[in-house]
Design a protein around this ligand. Sequence first.
Ligand SMILES: [Zn+2]
Length: 268
Amino acid sequence: MGLEKSNAVILYGRKQGETSKILTVLTQKFGKLTLIAKGSRSMKSKFLGALEPYTVAQIVFYRKENREMQFLSDAAMIQPFVHIHAQLGKMALAAIPCEIIDKSEENEHVNRELYKLLVETLSALDVAASGHKNIIRVFYIRFLKLSGFEIELRYCSGCHKTEVDERQYYLFADGAYYCRACLDSNSDSFVLCKYILELLRWYNTIPLSQAHRARVAMTQGREVDSFLMTNLRYHVEGLENLKSIRYFIQLQSNLKMQQKGKKDGTEN
Ligand SMILES: [Zn+2]
């Protein structure tokens, strides 16, 4: 058993007994880990404040390979993401990529690219003043790519034409779309209209730090979200019932009640 150190994003934390906490973290060096932080909830704890979900901390822990839970020895905050923690909407969105990783990653599967993607997603969410949902959509697309399910959005996979028609037909199994002429009529497809395909192409190439700039109408935003979530669930196991998505939808519908009467405007 050795003492190890790594930067880590805190994905999830729950109370254990009177003073301890069980944490799921995505570390840069060791992949996802479950840690027990003994005494972390007492006022004297040296960890206090360094173990909040959706922050980056440097953690030190006792590592024994293939043990279900590792023991945290020390933690220091590196990136607190104060704007995420100050706004309910941002915090609800930050929970989504964290829960997706928590539910889909195996413990101790080292994936530095995924760690980088998560930190970039949270950083973009922290600083953007508006357009936050776009950041999560870019995360979905990059996460699919890292999981081995890149979406082909550049051309029809039958005839390779790049021009966009009014409607194209996406097949989840192929990770690609077809024009009307190339579609096998028996295929069960997801219809992508011109605007949605062009928006997806934009998400597919934009840096995360710029993703917030898109101005998307609410109905079209819902269509993009439905396409991306269906795609994720089709390929990645464990994402059927995400608490974070349910919570975010609930939060949005409460907000909508407050703004009743407002026509289909742009998102936040
Ligand atoms: Zn075609």
